[in-house]
Structures are given as structure tokens and as C-alpha cells.
Design a protein around this ligand. Structure first.
Ligand code: ADP
Length: 495
């Protein structure tokens, strides 16, 4: 169930290929597999078992049994926290291997995986490990005739479905609060990037989690994902992915009235007012759309700039892209931008670039494929100008290194343009005027607003969207609420 892999950086490891059910790696019931492709070289990495609906049944049964088993159910919060701390320590010990797998399978720069993604997993696990014995109910004064209190209980079996853009981080965001509250989990990985979390599965066993508490499945969304969402023994679904799939998940979950948390798409605005520090705004605006190959749900993909500084901002932004957005092999330490994750995503991004051209936008920079040594799903960082609000590139999530830069005249117009979207995930505001900063933050329809930065989310701060960007919050203390029920207990004290 394992093969030895070697990466271009020389690192070797034993890669699990199975479905992780009951702390064991097993083959899929009909032997089906999905081949993981290295997006940098377009070569196959390995074939990984992909769950059938029968396999989903097995994983859910394991999670259901584990939820009732004293080895998990009777643990105190402190003991659950200790297991999570242990897992975080093991992730830290295996940081280089995990970062290597991520660079190989996803195409993100190794340095980013090592310095940002693996530490995020460790931080999130430790943060929620700390909460495991500090998340309790209340006593409520209702007068002398009655005593009332609440208990926070785990919800049960949680089905968690994650995307391919941050395979490790997204898994940690979901596992952390679920385990903290005492739930059991069936985690469905994105079929494009299963390798890093299957390696973490080994560490889960090593940390000492009882069998069935965490089950991890690779598999197709329409098969394994849909089976998980529809399963009558799954009590909750947490999903991160596209808005279109999120809507399908919501519909399917309705049949059994599951508790749901959804984190979906975005088309986040970044507003630059005339008094902004232009260098600061340019630096964050670049980071906000070009990091992670533009594959970020909160990417600030619409930059709205006051007309008086539009030309100056555009010149600086293009210079920043030329200076910082170094394309190349994810294992090269100078690389800022690797390939898009798959051929399908690469073609999707290129088709948006084509639509921008056809609808009359100007390509101020990039706008073409950028293979490295003739290979890989690389797209040149692309800047559109002359963009009109009706254009697809202004309205739809491209999920690639492409940004529209548009001018506005008044604050009112900037807010109107910022809110002219079905999405409501993030937003960024650049100004030195404190009053304006808070006024605009209040007016923008988004779950998160960054003032004088972009996309510097933090595991201690709630993350999530409004409108069609999602339901519920992850991270921070708010991230606990979706993973526990509040039970009210009434005690009659009257004679
Ligand atoms: P993308 O199109 O970028 O792959 P998706 O939102 O479709 O984004 O995928 C996010 C996650 O949702 C992945 O794990 C995928 O397998 C899963 N998924 C896709 N379709 C479904 C579905 N119909 N039901 C449940 N999960 C799904």
C-alpha cells in the first residue's frame, strides 16, 4: 500500500496509496485509482486508490463506531488536546517531507509549502488542541424554581470535503475544530492533490488517535464526495470549494437536513484611495492575487484605484509583477509562481484570458501560457485594463494569476463597484485616513476586510464569507460553533 518516491530535491519517502479507514490503508473496493500528475513536468507521480460509495459506507461506519467508542468518547478535552498536540509535533518533525510532497503534487513553491503551509497545519492543530478543554457550556439563572445549564456536545460523524489549492491547510482547518469538540471525521481529499494528507494519515496513527476517529479518502467529488454528503449516518458536512459545487452540496445535504458549513468562491475587491501608501498598496495587491498561482478563494482579483493615481499605480503594479513573479520549478528557491494545479485549471484560466480579450479588455501584461523548458501548466501573470463591470473577467472567479485594474472617481462609486458581485468573501482597503478605512470596511459586503494589507488571514481570526461565498465561519473561536451542539438541561427545583 506504499511506494517509495523521490523528489527533484533528493528527498525520499514512503508514499501511502490507500484509503485510510480505521487506522489502516486499504485498497478501494473495486480497485479503482486516480493518477496524480506533477503539474511542473506533466509526468505521472503515482496512482492512488479512489473511494467508491461502498468505501464511503465503510469509512462512515468506522467513524460512527469510533464516535460511540469509549476510547474516544470518554476522553477528557485535555486528553483529546494531548493527541492533537502530538499530531502537531509529528507534522513539525516531517515538515520537509510534507512540503516536498506538496510542491510535487500541487506545484506550489517548496519554500512556501515549508514556511507557510506546514506551519499553518501545526498552528491550527495547536490552537484547537488548546481549546479542547476550554469549550464548555453555561449555567443560566432562571429563578429559584428551576436550574438550567447547557452542555456543548460533539455533533457526531463529520464529512469534510476539501479542495486542491491548499491540501494541508484546508485539512487542518477542518480537522482542528472537529477533533477539539470530540467529533469523528471522514475527510474527502481533492482528487487532484491527495498525496500530502495521505502521508499525514500515517502520522495520525502514530500520534495514537483511536481507529475510526479520522478516516481519509481520496476520491472523485461526484462519487465519493456526493456519497458522503448524502449518507444518512453523516451528521455534518463541511465543504470548501467552488460556489457551483457548494450549491449542489447544500441541495444534497437537505435530504437528511445535515448541519452544513460552506466556504466557496470569491471575486474580492481591493480599493486604493488617493491618500494610500502606493508602495504598500502595490506590494499587497501583488501578493493578494499572484500568490499561490492566483488559486485562492479570497484572492483580491478586482483592483479598484482612484482615477488620480490610476496610471501611477498601474506602472508600479506591472513593475512589481516583473520583479517578484518569478516563474519556475517549485523546487527552485527563486521561484515565486509555479504551474497551475492541473491541465484543466490551466485551460480554464487561459479561456478566461481569451474571453477578456474578446470582450474588449486590454492585456497590460502577460495574457499567455508560459511553459518552463517547454513543459508545465504555467500561465504568465496577467493584468487586464479597460475592464467594464459586465465583463466575465470582472464578474467570475478565474482562480489564476489574473487581475482586473479599474478606475473609480468617488468613494461611493468604489463601494458600489466593490459590492456589485454575487460573492462576499474578502476585501482590502488602502488609505491612510482612519475614518475612511473604518467607514468603507463597514460598507463592504464581505466576511473579511483587510485594511492596508490583503490575504494575510490568521488562524486566530474567523474566516468565511457572506452572500454566495459561503455559510458559517472557520478558524478562531468562531470556528468551534459549527462543530458542537448545545444541549439545554432543565432541572425542576420546585417541590
Ligand atoms: P474544482 O472544480 O476546483 O475541483 P470543486 O468545488 O468541484 O472545485 O471541488 C472541491 C471539492 O469538492 C473536491 O474535493 C471535489 O472532489 C469535491 N466535489 C466535487 N463535486 C462534488 C459533489 N458533487 N459532491 C460532493 N463533493 C464534490
Amino acid at each position: 500500500m506504499e511506494i517509495e518516491l523521490t523528489a527533484p530535491n533528493g528527498r525520499r519517502w514512503m508514499q501511502p496509496l490507500g484509503l485510510f479507514i480505521n487506522n489502516e490503508f486499504v485498497a478501494s473496493s473495486n480497485g479503482q485509482t486516480i493518477t496524480s500528475v506533477n503539474p511542473t513536468t506533466e509526468e505521472d507521480i503515482c496512482s492512488v486508490y479512489a473511494a467508491t460509495t461502498d468505501d464511503v459506507d465503510k469509512a462512515v461506519a468506522a467513524a460512527k463506531k469510533a464516535f460511540r467508542d469509549p476510547s474516544w468518547r470518554q476522553l477528557s478535552g485535555t486528553e483529546r488536546g494531548a493527541l492533537m498536540y502530538k499530531l502537531a509535533d509529528l507534522v513539525a518533525e516531517h515538515a520537509e517531507t510534507l512540503a516536498t510532497i506538496e510542491a510535487l503534487d500541487n506545484g506550489k513553491p517548496y519554500s512556501v509549502a515549508l514556511k507557510e503551509n506546514v506551519p499553518e497545519v501545526i498552528n491550527v492543530l495547536r490552537y484547537y488542541a488548546g481549546y479542547a478543554d476550554k469549550n464548555f457550556g453555561q449555567t443560566i439563572d432562571v429563578g429559584p424554581a428551576k436550574f438550567a445549564y447547557t452542555i456543548k456536545e460533539p455533533i457526531g460523524v463529520c464529512g469534510q470535503i476539501i479542495p486542491w489549492n491548499y491540501p494541508l491547510d484546508m485539512a487542518a482547518w477542518k480537522l482542528g475544530p472537529a477533533l477539539c469538540c470530540g467529533n469523528t471525521v471522514v475527510l474527502k481529499l481533492a482528487e487532484q492533490t491527495p498525496l500530502s494528507m495521505l502521508y499525514v494519515a500515517k502520522l495520525i496513527k502514530q500520534a495514537g488517535f483511536p481507529p475510526g476517529v479520522i478516516n481519509i479518502l481520496n476520491g472523485y467529488g461526484r462519487e465519493a464526495g456526493a456519497a458522503l454528503v448524502q449518507h444518512p449516518d453523516v451528521d455534518k458536512i463541511a465543504f470548501t470549494g467552488s460556489t457551483a459545487t457548494g450549491k449542489e452540496v447544500m441541495k444534497m445535504a437537505a435530504a437528511t437536513m445535515k448541519n452544513i458549513t460552506l466556504e466557496t468562491g470569491g471575486k474580492s475587491p481591493l480599493l486604493v484611495f488617493p491618500d494610500a501608501d502606493l508602495e504598500l498598496a502595490t506590494t499587497w495587491a501583488h501578493w493578494g492575487i499572484m500568490s499561490n498561482q492566483g488559486q485562492i478563494c479570497t484572492a483580491t482579483s478586482r483592483i479598484l484605484v482612484h482615477e488620480s493615481i490610476y496610471d501611477a499605480f498601474l506602472e508600479r503594479f506591472k513593475a512589481k509583477v516583473r520583479e517578484v513573479s518569478v516563474l519556475g520549478d517549485p523546487f527552485d528557491e527563486n521561484t515565486f509562481q509555479g504551474p497551475q494545479v492541473t491541465r484543466a485549471q490551466y485551460e480554464r484560466v487561459l479561456s478566461y484570458i481569451e474571453s477578456g480579450k474578446q470582450e474588449g479588455a486590454t492585456i497590460a501584461l502577460g495574457g499567455e501560457p508560459a511553459p518552463q523548458k517547454g513543459k508545465g501548466f504555467f500561465v504568465a501573470p496577467t493584468v487586464f485594463t479597460n475592464v467594464k463591470p459586465h465583463m466575465k473577467i470582472f464578474r467570475e472567479e478565474i482562480f489564476g494569476p489574473c487581475v482586473a485594474i479599474v478606475a473609480f472617481q468617488t468613494e461611493e462609486e468604489a463601494i458600489q463597484m466593490a459590492n456589485d458581485t454575487t460573492y462576499g468573501l474578502g476585501a482590502a482597503v488602502f488609505t491612510k485616513d482612519l475614518v475612511r478605512a473604518h467607514r468603507v470596511a463597514k460598507e463592504i459586503e464581505a466576511g473579511m476586510v483587510w485594511i492596508n494589507s490583503s490575504n494575510d488571514s490568521d488562524f486566530r481570526v474567523p474566516f468565511g464569507g457572506v452572500k454566495q461565498s459561503g455559510i458559517g465561519r472557520e478558524l478562531g473561536e468562531a470556528g468551534l460553533a459549527p462543530y458542537c451542539n448545545i444541549k439545554a438541561v432543565h432541572i425542576n427545583m420546585a417541590a
